[in-house]
Design a protein. Structure first.
Lengths: 235, 235
């Protein structure tokens, strides 16, 4: 039997294509999330519209990646590391799609807020927003470089995200308590804060997937958790 | 070449086992969610503890199903409908695991509420809770019977879940506005209500997966959405 370099190359190309699509999808998530944070902090409704309108790009990537994965499994029957690559791509794309959805939801809530928020509140949102942007960048780097160390670092830093989310939640509660007129905007802000924390959780999922992809073993122990109450419903 | 009935049977058995595991996992989610709703409405902390402690059973099912799927793909190289069965199982188990998590979160928040809530509020939670329990039962039936019609029905009824969640959210806002002492419990109740709505969304995901599994085509059109504001951040 002769070697079939063309087919082999094409298989590798397919795997590379899948991986590239995930990285581009991740780049779109980075843009969506950083714009969503800018929009809520500056009450910028036009920027919020951008985030909302561009979410279909992220959704389409998920559908396309799923199709690529199914084709790869059906036609190439990948084994071992390649099988992990394909299954990981499916799971990662699902988490990244949720990151896009949550950014879109922040943007939608931004559009319902019609007045300037107190500085302490927007600064608090910005602080946790910046940390989560870093986490998103790092987890995409961990995937690009197939680095379990960067992945583990992201996973461990989620505790800091929880702590900053908790501070932010306290600011929102203060805002809610200060005036019963603030109840509706404040309720939206509770969900905005929760969405940021949920994005953080999706990023730790991705970190776990990258770790498993490279090492074939699971990150051990319970995920570190900051002290929280309103955020997670835990003491 | 001789037939290998043993291997063929064993492959079918593996697929059947996967399917059974999903159904049992779904049954555990039904119990967790109905107990979580009972616990919050009756302020029953012991029942809330049950829900919290039993969530590992649901988590373990997800891990086990993922392992079965990876083994099936690696060793059996499923094609066409069998490939859809395996990929669907992976996605369904991920949505069901989230249902379990959200029920657990409702239970955790229940434990932080130390007083009787107004009747209008608990009745409102119960109403949407019962509808979502029905949706959960139906979507599991649609999977067991491989019925795209039942799946489509669940998908369409999500609009009613949105409407009832919206009513419930209005009751919570009323509760929040009535007394600034209610802000913290009220914030937990906003998240409880949102969790119920999110469970509804996961069930429509499952409905879409079942539909695709049987028909090989996607449910068409935008998912019907009830009118909402605080719930989803939409006008």
């Amino acid at each position: 039997m002769t070697e079939k370099p063309h087919t082999v190359k094409s298989y590798e190309e397919q795997l590379q294509h899948l991986s590239n699509d995930l990285v581009i999808m991740g780049g779109n998530c980075e843009l969506a999330f950083s714009n969503a944070i800018k929009a809520i902090c500056k009450n910028d409704h036009a920027l919020a519209d951008d985030v909302i309108n561009n979410d279909t790009v992220i959704d389409n990537f998920e559908t396309q990646i799923e199709q690529e994965v199914v084709n790869l499994i059906a036609l190439r029957q990948p084994m071992a590391i390649d099988l992990r690559e394909t299954v990981t791509a499916l799971k990662m794309s699902s988490d990244l799609e949720r990151v896009g959805d949550l950014a879109k939801n922040i943007a939608k809530r931004t559009k319902l807020i019609k007045k300037k928020l107190p500085n302490e509140l927007t600064e608090s949102i910005e602080r946790v927003g910046l940390l989560v942007q870093k986490q998103l960048k790092s987890v995409l780097d961990s995937y690009t470089n197939r680095s379990p160390d960067i992945a583990q670092d992201v996973w461990e830093k989620d505790e800091q995200v929880d702590d900053l989310t908790n501070n932010c939640m306290e600011e929102v509660i203060k805002y809610l308590k200060s005036d019963s007129e603030n109840i509706e905007y404040g309720s939206h802000l509770l969900f905005v804060t929760k969405n940021i924390e949920r994005i953080g959780d999706h990023l730790t999922n991705v970190a776990e997937q990258v770790y498993f992809l490279v090492n074939g073993t699971y990150l051990e122990g319970d995920r570190p958790k900051g002290s929280q109450s309103i955020v997670t419903g835990e003491k």
